[in-house]
Design a protein around this ligand. Sequence first.
Ligand code: TMP
Ligand code: MG
Length: 207
Amino acid sequence: MVRGKLILIEGLDRTGKSTQCENVVNALGNDAVLIKFPDRTTKIGQLINQYLTDKDFELPAQSIHLLFSANRWELKEEIHSMLKAGKHVVLDRYVYSGVAYSAAKGIQGMDISWCFNPDKGLLKPDLTLFFSNSSNMRDREGFGEERYEKVEFQRQVRDTFFNVFDQIKDSNRIVIDVSDKSIDEVFSEIKPLIHDVINKELGECVY
Ligand code: TMP
Ligand code: MG
């Protein structure tokens, strides 16, 4: 049995990640499953959801950071089993969001290396597509409803993502500029990249 591939789409809020994840999963048909982080359906995910949607529900930055990581660990074995069974797993956010959003808060001691530590040992994607945009997030419908959806914080997260990429090396990561591009244009750009990774023979990797 040839193992499936782990494909990650990352980026800022409202850059079209979820739409493209669906496009990719649909294009791959029965051979693919979509997993979105945070997975808000688990016990830990419900706490995360409350933190994101209820501004009166406060947690120390360190605690919520560890919950996001714990949410990924909850699904590690399930993802591993699916890959071993030959399914491709498409992730909508993962470790890089985990590190970038927390480190962007600028809290003393919570630097990139501290933030990355709890994720060490998780499966490393075979392909990571990072959706980057210049400044049109505010135009997206619904922007501003959740905790981190503030233009100034998103700017900090954007810069932090690139600092994360400097520190956490990953030759399978590609930046896609989605500014002013339609859903179809972005999909045409990523389709050949997906096709390539699906057809490659690769060993398994962990962070
Ligand atoms: P979502 O909008 O993709 O559902 O993600 C919810 C928010 O959670 C989004 O602002 C990014 C943030 N986030 C973290 O802060 N840490 C993480 O580990 C993940 C996966 C998401
Ligand atoms: Mg969001």
